[in-house]
Design a protein around this ligand. Structure first.
Ligand code: CMC
Length: 431
């Protein structure tokens, strides 16, 4: 629990209120306003939650000024370099890095949960053949609650654990199936002899007609992309999962809600939007035109893959992602990638431009991820599903933490009402 040793004083309408100030293990102090409405009959106003801590959490910490991201205290660059995705999943879910036996047991369990109920194949076939994989994923993940009845009781710790395993294990299968369905190819079953990222690449790119061998270096790059996206504290989709879960909804329904929120171009959809923007810019000489549009208040255009609510110095994930982009393109022998040239030049120009400097707008994780995914062979429509499958562990860890928190309450924000006050109904003939 966060400590309380200080207080803040609020003076309102001649009355003084003492508000407890909670001290976190890292980050700014938090003024506890839970009793403010009961005591002072006022609400606080903070659209977009720019200054509001919605929960207490010990999973992920971001210092936006330092460009620091920690999973359970471990810096993201160390995890990206030295760890791997399933170990990171264990860490996020359980709070500590696993020992050798714990890791082997966890990997064994995840691997044995990767298949989906065979009847789900029929469910997929109900979608229009050219559905966006995110549309399919929102539906299929929500429908998991119709297939896995024995892990729906949120009050049973064992069922919560099984639901978590199922979600982490099956999301790659579901994302790959959504992709295969969208391009009219047969579904590929998961293989227990392959690692998590390797298995995902195999399910996406192999076909029954010929053998397919996953390049280990590409599997490693894929695994790193999963790790970089695994959690990001109380972002929009995670807050959506928590809010849905606060009413007692089952975990599959909550994760489906998170996927829906992630889809938006201001959030997880930015990786698709960013690559489309880089392609639209096309050549380096067009960059100034797009920079000018991004700065124009009357033009809704924004530089996708730029800016972040929390990072105001640099996004540490973008740094690792940029290195990965160079490695992957090198490995694939792509030396004259025009999109990468445009991205690098755009980054260089924007970082020197006073508009972006003053507003502290830097490339975020999505700026380079699309370039890597495209080089690996993924169409843009798969970028956000890959983000979703990577973030599932973060969502489910945050959901579990919330359910296990004795102070958890249904999320129910208040509002600043500016509509009509009470008025009498007027018959339609008189309006
Ligand atoms: N291009 C041009 N101007 C921008 C951009 C951008 N990408 N981002 C912010 N600004 C401007 C914005 O117009 C505003 O200007 P002013 O103060 O003059 O009104 C100022 O910078 C602050 O922006 P904001 O929208 O109030 O900031 P926010 O914290 O609400 O939004 C954001 C953060 C990520 C939604 C926004 O920067 C954005 O839309 N970026 C592009 C989309 C993107 O890349 N999203 C991925 C985020 S990282 C992955 C994830 O977490 O999902």
């Amino acid at each position: 629990m966060a400590e309380t040793s200080k207080t803040a004083t609020l003076t309102l309408h001649g009355e003084t209120y003492e508000l407890p100030v909670l001290s976190p293990s890292a980050g700014p102090d938090v003024v506890d306003i839970r009793k403010l409405y009961a005591q002072a009959d006022v609400f606080t106003y903070d659209p977009g939650f720019t200054s509001t801590a919605s929960c207490e959490s010990s999973i992920t910490f971001i210092d936006g000024d330092k460009g620091e991201l920690l999973y359970r205290g471990y810096p993201i660059d160390q995890l990206a370099e030295k760890s791997h995705y399933l170990e990171v999943c264990y860490l996020l879910l359980n709070g500590e890095l696993p020992n050798k036996t714990e890791l082997e047991d966890f990997e064994y369990r995840i691997t044995r949960h990767t298949m989906v109920h065979e009847q789900m194949h029929n469910f997929f076939r109900g979608f229009r053949r050219d559905s966006h994989p995110m549309a399919t994923m929102v539906g299929v993940v929500g429908a998991m609650s119709a297939f896995y009845h024995d892990s729906l009781d949120i009050n049973d710790p064992w069922q919560r654990e099984v639901a978590s395993m199922r979600l982490i294990a099956k999301l790659p299968t579901i994302a790959a199936m959504a992709y295969k369905y969208s391009i009219g190819q047969p579904f590929v079953y998961p293989r227990n002899d392959l690692g998590y990222a390797e298995n995902f690449l195999n399910m996406c790119f192999s076909v029954p007609a010929e053998p397919y061998k996953v390049e280990p270096a590409l599997a490693k790059a894929m695994d790193r992309i999963f790790t970089l996206h695994a959690d990001h504290e109380q972002n929009a989709s995670t807050s959506t999962v928590r809010l849905a879960g606060s009413s007692g909804a089952n975990p599959f329904a909550c994760i489906a809600a998170g996927i829906a929120c992630l889809w938006g171009p201001a959030h997880g959809g930015a990786n698709q939007a960013c690559l489309e923007m880089l392609r639209e810019i096309g050549t380096v000489d067009k960059i100034p035109e797009y920079i000018a549009r991004a700065k124009d208040k009357d033009d809704p255009f924004r530089l996708m893959g730029f800016g972040h609510r929390v990072y105001k110095n640099f996004d540490p994930r973008a740094k690792v992602m940029k290195e990965s982009a160079d490695e992957v393109l090198d490995l694939l022998g792509v030396h004259d990638n025009e999109t990468l040239q445009v991205a690098k030049e755009l980054e260089r120009i924007a970082l020197e431009d006073p508009y972006f400097v003053e507003k502290k707008l830097y490339p975020n994780v999505d700026f380079y991820s699309g370039i890597i995914l495209e080089a690996m062979g993924f169409p843009t429509s798969m970028f956000t599903p890959i983000f979703a499958l990577s973030r599932t562990v973060g969502w489910i860890s945050q959901w579990k933490e919330m359910i296990e928190d004795p102070t958890n309450k249904i999320g129910r924000p208040r509002q600043l009402y500016t509509g009509a006050t009470t008025r009498d109904y007027v018959d339609v003939s008189k309006r």
